[in-house]
Ligand binder design. Structure first.
Ligand code: ZN
Length: 134
């Protein structure tokens, strides 16, 4: 079962400039900045009540974020849902015909195991499942 929208991921060109912008917008400081080597991105997180905002800047020209920004410009990149048991959800969704982007959960930012669902199987929206590592 999906618990809640855990965060919304926004692709940006310049994370320092966007951190400043989102701090001004949200009235809250960025509480974590972290590189995710497997995804070749720098991430920055903000809290807004129960949901977070994740900014993503590419650190390599061949990353998924670099390609996204090149094709579509800055903007909303994915919606992440918190799940209780990511492996169980992956099996459930696969059984329903959703196209998962990895066979196993991967280590994501912010102390999470994550898995992405291809936008083609979700009305054009990239969906992330995430489960906190305890
Ligand atoms: Zn995310």
């Amino acid at each position: 079962m999906f618990e809640k929208v855990e965060h919304i991921g926004i692709a940006v060109k310049n994370i320092s400039a966007s951190i400043e912008l989102f701090e001004a917008l949200l009235g809250a400081p960025c509480y974590k900045k972290e590189n995710v080597e497997t995804e070749k991105v720098t991430t920055a997180f903000f809290r807004t009540g129960e949901t977070k905002i994740e900014l993503l800047e590419s650190i390599s020209s061949d990353s998924a974020i670099a390609k996204f920004v090149e094709k579509r410009g800055e903007g909303i990149h994915h919606i992440a849902f918190e799940v209780e048991d990511i492996e169980r959800e992956m099996i459930r969704l696969k059984g329903k015909g959703f196209h998962l982007l990895s066979e196993k959960p991967l280590r994501g930012a912010d102390n999470k195991m994550v898995c992405f669902i291809h936008p083609k199987s979700c009305s054009g929206v990239l969906i992330e499942l995430c489960q906190e590592i305890k």
